[in-house]
Design a protein around this ligand. Structure first.
Ligand SMILES: [Fe+2]
Ligand SMILES: [Fe+2]
Length: 273
């Protein structure tokens, strides 16, 4: 059973006057990436072919990710009635595909695969928490809170399975940290950037990775507050086997915050140019 259903959201409370126009393009892009979740489940199903329990959990996980996409897509169509979620998603699928037919994890180990998944869930959990706090529109606030709670549960799901594999594969902390940071860096690849393009730019404008990732990140990074980064840093440290609280965590959170502000500034400069 899902923790919530799209029908549970009070869509009639939607308040067009409270929509922040800067949030709408980000929600459109996020909806498409979320909706693509089933491909990742197919990839995970291949990588974890000998683990039926995990495969079942990951199929269920994907159904929740698809629901995130559908809820965010529905909200974006209320905020912009001229926008068509289904058509935008179809365009996205034509140009962006996840490689699903892998025999082994692209992270080098099953522990590594699950650490990478933990990073994605850390990112989404922090992001939707930040969006929920930033928006005054009541329906988006509610949807983002529901999604953020799911993302945190997803982190726990992958974390618990990761601990099981770690006991077998015994990957060192530094290797785990390298995998985690590698996956975080990939958030600037095509997945989000191309979703931004398909959700917000006309067919007549050719896709440009630099422009699209700058548009997405310049908008998205503006919504974070220090507490979101602090919490996310704790989750990253926990996933790689370092203490999520204490001195290391405080220093890491401060560094992560400064790094994000620097990146944010760079993306804004890139757009202005
Ligand atoms: Fe999600
Ligand atoms: Fe998730």
């Amino acid at each position: 059973m899902k923790h919530w259903r799209i029908e549970d959201v009070a869509w009639d409370r939607f308040d067009p006057a409270a929509v922040d126009p800067d949030i709408v393009p980000l929600v459109k892009a996020a909806a498409m990436v979320e909706r693509n979740g089933r491909d990742y489940a197919q990839y995970l199903g291949n990588v974890f072919r000998d683990d039926p329990d995990f495969r079942q959990a990951s199929d269920y996980w994907a159904s929740e990710e698809v629901q995130h996409g559908d809820a965010l897509g529905k909200w974006a169509m209320l905020a912009d009635p001229s926008w068509n979620y289904a058509a935008a998603f179809e365009r996205y699928r034509k140009g962006y595909t996840v490689k699903v037919d892998a025999d082994a994890s692209i992270r080098g180990s099953l522990t590594g695969e699950l650490i990478a998944r933990c990073m994605v869930e850390t990112g989404t959990s922090s992001y939707y928490s930040a969006l929920a706090e930033a928006t005054d529109e009541p329906v988006l606030k509610h949807v983002c809170k529901l999604v953020a709670a799911d993302e945190y549960r997803h982190f726990k799901l992958f974390y618990d399975h990761m601990r099981r594999y770690l006991a077998r594969e015994n990957i060192g902390v530094l290797s785990r940290l390298r995998i985690a940071l590698g996956r975080i860096g990939e958030s600037e690849d095509d997945e989000l950037a191309y979703a931004y393009h398909c959700g917000n730019e006309p067919d007549s404008l050719a896709y440009d990775h630099g422009r699209c990732i700058a548009s997405y990140m310049a908008g998205a990074m503006a919504f974070y507050r220090y507490r979101h980064i602090q919490r996310g840093t704790g989750m990253i440290l926990k996933a790689v086997g370092l203490p999520p609280q204490g001195r290391v965590s405080n220093v890491a959170a401060k560094l992560a915050w400064r790094l994000m502000q620097w990146r944010h500034h760079r993306f804004e400069q890139q757009l202005a140019a």
